[in-house]
Design a protein around this ligand. Sequence first.
Ligand SMILES: [Zn+2]
Length: 214
Amino acid sequence: MRFEDLGPGVLMFVGDEYESVATAFLDGNDVLLVDSLGSAEDARWLHRVLCADMGKTVRAVAATHFMSDHIAGMPLFPDALIIAHRHHRHTFLSQNRRVDEFYREPQVVFDSAMTIRWGQHELRFWHNPGKTMDHVSVDVPTADLVCAGDNIVGNIVYLSGGPRADSHGDRPDAAIRQERGHWRAHGQVFRCHARQRDPLPGPATGCRYPNPHP
Ligand SMILES: [Zn+2]
């Protein structure tokens, strides 16, 4: 388990289980989490470091997708608002390694897009189905960061390089971010050297990849 500073107001926590990542956006002592690690033990560590050691309060927990290896921390922050895509239940019920104890009913659900201003950052959630029906990416231009969840992980093969003609076509800033920003997946943040012909991940662009989880 480890955490690192990704820049002003952003911390990344990496758990042991699948090296699942939780990204914390800070507004003073208030925290919005994007994902919350993959095991109860990792989640307890996250809670201890954020709350006990750093004195923060987690006010909201969002999920890039509602699989158990990304939502383990939700029960540990019972007062936090849970944010998810409206298809979250489909993903939760269809996974192979479901952990019912991690499930919390979201108070906020959205469909195609949603923007939250949190501290100095603007988090732009947009539905980006790929690995799962409910998958969202979180574009944070103020941090030069995209939380891509499991849509960028493992060995990825792009089957189509044509122009995007999907529902994200009105989001050129996200495409630009792919060229200069960070992508966050399991266990790593890496510079993406995307070229013009590389599309954003998602079913409309023909992105396919193997399941990174055993
Ligand atoms: Zn995952």
